[in-house]
Ligand binder design. Structure first.
Ligand code: NDP
Length: 286
């Protein structure tokens, strides 16, 4: 009964939220999308372009970004600029924000989406990798948020953080990655409250995604996890709508919302169900 009620209310929230999105609200909006050379970030850049936004995109590979920016202009972006940057570098997060704010004359949306590559495997004790990934996937997000804050205050703007179901429920083979996503939920959940206490009208939308059919994700899970992968273009649109309607959270696909609501009811059973979806056989020493 309680479970049915939970699922019904999650569905109702999703329905109401879809109805309030107005694509015109993004016309001319000043948007920075990180990790936009491939995958979900690239798809977000194209959607913002179709809505007539002004976009700055960033990632490490300038040559690929150039092609994405050119396509954005063809799709209808009012402006499409790019800046190559490595979020492992201490000064790059701030450099990117300054470039975006200067070239767009301010900032309405800061869309934090990039991730550094991380192997899909059992924890192997590589603390250096975990530290590096924390810089790329988490610390650079908060550095960019700091630098963007004056511009977002001016515009009553929005921060959109792309996270994962692995940042809500512990999922094997992702320890360093999952830790960065859990960190994002904690940090941005608290920042949202503190902005509200200070009566600042900057919205924070944290997006919790299940498996999405990007090349990088599929190449990692293939043969190990049997799960349906959902389309990157749809995931990108769900993120953009959630940001534009200033939602606290976006779940894509939507069934993850009720799953997260009940995730701690039977933790032992939950862990066993998750483990059963992995194609893994323990090698026992004799
Ligand atoms: P991709 O691997 O396709 O894209 C990652 C992006 O980040 C690329 O543009 C890459 O470009 C950029 N990037 C990588 N390293 C750095 C770096 N050091 N500095 C700056 N940019 C960097 O990822 P997805 O599209 O699959 O994922 C996008 C978001 O969605 C992530 O936050 C991810 O956690 C989340 N997500 C994805 C899921 C999925 O199944 N795909 C599931 C759940 C969440 P370049 O190499 O040019 O730097």
């Amino acid at each position: 009964m309680l479970l049915a009620g939970t699922i019904l209310s999650a569905g109702l929230v999703g329905y109401l939220w879809r109805d309030t999105f107005e694509s015109d609200s993004l016309k001319g909006a000043r948007v920075l999308v990180t990790g936009a050379s491939t995958g979900i970030g690239e798809q977000m850049a194209y959607h913002y372009a179709r809505f007539g936004a002004q976009v700055v995109i960033t990632a490490r590979r300038g040559a690929v970004l150039k092609q994405v920016a050119e396509k954005c202009l063809k799709l209808g972006a009012e402006k499409a600029l790019y800046i190559a940057a490595d979020m492992a570098e201490p000064t790059d997060p701030d450099r990117v924000i300054k470039f975006a704010a200067k070239s767009l004359g301010g900032l309405d949306y800061l869309v934090l989406n990039h991730i550094g590559p991380s192997p899909f495997q059992m924890w192997n004790g590589d603390v250096d990798h975990a530290r590096w990934l924390m810089q790329v996937n988490y610390l650079s997000y908060i550095e960019m948020t700091n630098s963007a804050m004056p511009f977002l205050k001016q515009s009553n703007g929005s921060i959109v953080v792309v996270s994962s179901i692995a940042g809500m429920i512990p999922t094997p083979f992702t320890a360093p990655y999952s830790a960065t996503k859990f960190a994002l939920s904690g940090f941005f959940g608290i920042l949202r409250q503190e902005l509200s206490m200070k009566q600042e009208s900057i919205s924070i939308t944290v997006c919790i995604l299940g498996l999405i059919d990007t090349d990088s994700a599929l190449s990692q899970v293939r043969g190990i996890v049997e799960a349906k992968a959902y389309p990157a273009s749809e995931a990108a649109l769900a993120i953009i709508k959630g940001g534009a309607t200033r939602q606290r959270e976006v779940y894509y696909p939507g069934f993850w919302q009720p799953v997260c609501l009940i995730r701690d009811w039977f933790p032992g059973m939950r862990d066993r169900v998750i483990q059963s979806t992995y194609n893994y056989k323990a090698v026992t020493q004799t």
